[in-house]
Design a protein around this ligand. Structure first.
Ligand code: SAJ
Length: 420
């Protein structure tokens, strides 16, 4: 008899995980409170943009290996994949994790396995989940097995990475870790490493912090190079020719629900010690304002109402996710300063000032800001954009456009991080 798994939370991680488990022979119930998610899932459809996910979902739903429900029920294994957002005060909001654990509680029986996948502050499994599960009167670690196994997949490559990435498994005790390892072994080709829950939680936060700090360095270099009249993009390219240097890309800021959030969980835990981590977050968060300052300089001599067109507003290329997008912040700052805005992003279906037609978006605009490097933007007829615009200035925040080609068309091409 295949084991039954209940996955709570069908977002960017929960849904692909549920689908892969179902595809690997488990009977999976996917739980979410969002009617749109459940209604679509039970028709074999998904409401997020992710390569190859829809095909798998369609297949496993048609075989009844994956069923969407509003509430959890009995299962052998429970996997919690709910969001852990950040509050205004930069502290983790653990409400969804607590609610999800309470919702599975009536269904948890002897020998069940409970796994948290949501990115969480250190101590969550031990100090939040374990005490709730103890209300079953079953001994956690002996009668119920508990652990933390953080997801590590990157949006845009989730299906491939779910199967192939190495995973860290933190058990509340050794037997829990080993039982959880057996489950992941059944569908992961990468290596599986076992440790305790606190270490696994910190590993997850550290991975994203490493990337955030590296990007903060790149963004600080961008500002310094701008000041010194050096092209930061060339600087980083040449530095990275060194065998032990790998600086990431600077740009308009860091978005998404991971890099822009997780380092704060470390700051929250050790406010007086996590100095570089905090400063890096602040550096990356300062970038939309930095882009705004550039826009202001480039348009300062214009009279009357100024129209800015924005190409791309998701948090990164080729996805539909706008969470914590720096371009959303940029748009807000521009509006606060009375700029007229028009946005074009083929990945976004609805947003204030979104224009479905590119030429309408750029019509009579004074400045075009390239905010996101969507591959589709390579195919734009920039000659047409040039004709439709009033001012002929492009500000490229990602070093994405072909500078020579843009200049040939007639644009005044400005690159973020190069004063020239
Ligand atoms: N960014 C830069 N410069 C770069 C790379 C990224 O400015 O060189 C920006 C992007 O434009 C974006 C943000 O950083 O706004 C985050 O993008 P990302 O591609 O670095 O990462 P995410 O948030 O999509 O996914 C990360 C991944 N973590 C790591 O690579 C360490 C992924 O593996 C995690 O599973 C995911 O966070 C998560 O869910 O935690």
């Amino acid at each position: 008899m295949p084991q039954k798994i209940c996955v709570v939370g069908l977002g960017y991680i929960g849904l692909p995980t549920a689908a892969i488990l179902a595809d690997n022979g488990y009977d999976v119930v996917g739980v979410d409170i969002n009617k749109e998610v459940i209604d679509n899932l039970n028709k074999g459809k998904i409401i997020i943009e992710e390569p190859n996910l829809n095909e798998i979902v369609k297949d496993v739903v048609s075989k009844k290996k994956l069923i969407g429900k509003y509430s959890p029920g009995k299962a052998d294994i429970f996997i919690i994949c709910v969001p852990t957002p950040i509050r205004e005060d930069k502290k983790a909001d653990m409400t969804y994790v607590i609610d999800a654990t309470k919702r599975i509680l009536p269904h948890v029986r002897k020998n069940n396995i409970v796994i948290l996948e949501s990115t969480s502050p250190v101590g969550t499994t031990e100090n939040i989940i374990k005490p709730i599960l103890e209300k079953t009167n079953l001994k956690v670690g002996q009668e119920i097995y508990l652990g933390y196994c953080p997801e590590r997949v990157i949006p845009g490559r989730i299906i491939e990475e779910l199967s192939n990435n190495n995973r860290i498994i933190g058990g509340i005790n050794e037997i829990s870790a080993l039982k959880i390892k057996e489950i992941y072994e059944s569908f992961v080709n990468g290596q599986l490493y076992t440790t305790d829950t606190n270490t696994a939680e910190m590993v997850k936060l550290t991975e994203n912090t490493f990337r955030d700090v590296n990007i903060a360095l790149a963004n600080e270099l961008l500002k310094v190079c701008d000041d010194l009249g050096i092209n930061v993009w060339n600087l980083i390219k040449y530095c990275n020719k060194h065998p032990r240097v790998n600086i990431l890309d600077p740009g308009p800021g860091v978005g998404g629900h991971c890099l822009a959030v997780d380092p704060w969980f470390i700051v929250e835990a050790s406010e007086n010690l996590a100095n570089i981590i905090k400063l890096s977050r602040q550096t990356n968060d300062s970038m939309p304002q930095y882009v705004f300052d550039k826009v202001e300089k480039l348009t300062k001599d214009l009279e009357g109402s100024k129209k800015i067109s924005i190409l791309g507003m998701t948090y990164k290329k080729d996805i539909d996710d706008m969470r914590e997008s720096p371009i959303v912040h940029l748009v807000d700052i521009l509006k606060e300063n009375n700029y007229q805005i028009s946005i074009y992003d083929p990945y976004v279906s609805e947003y204030e000032d979104l224009e479905k037609d590119l030429l309408k978006c750029v019509k009579d605009s004074d400045l075009l800001v390239l905010g996101v490097d969507h591959c589709a933007f390579k195919n734009i007829q920039y000659e047409e954009v040039y004709k439709a615009m009033k001012g002929k200035v492009i500000l490229d925040t990602r070093k994405f456009l072909d500078e020579d080609k843009m200049k040939e068309i007639g644009f005044i091409y400005k690159l973020l991080g190069y004063k020239k």
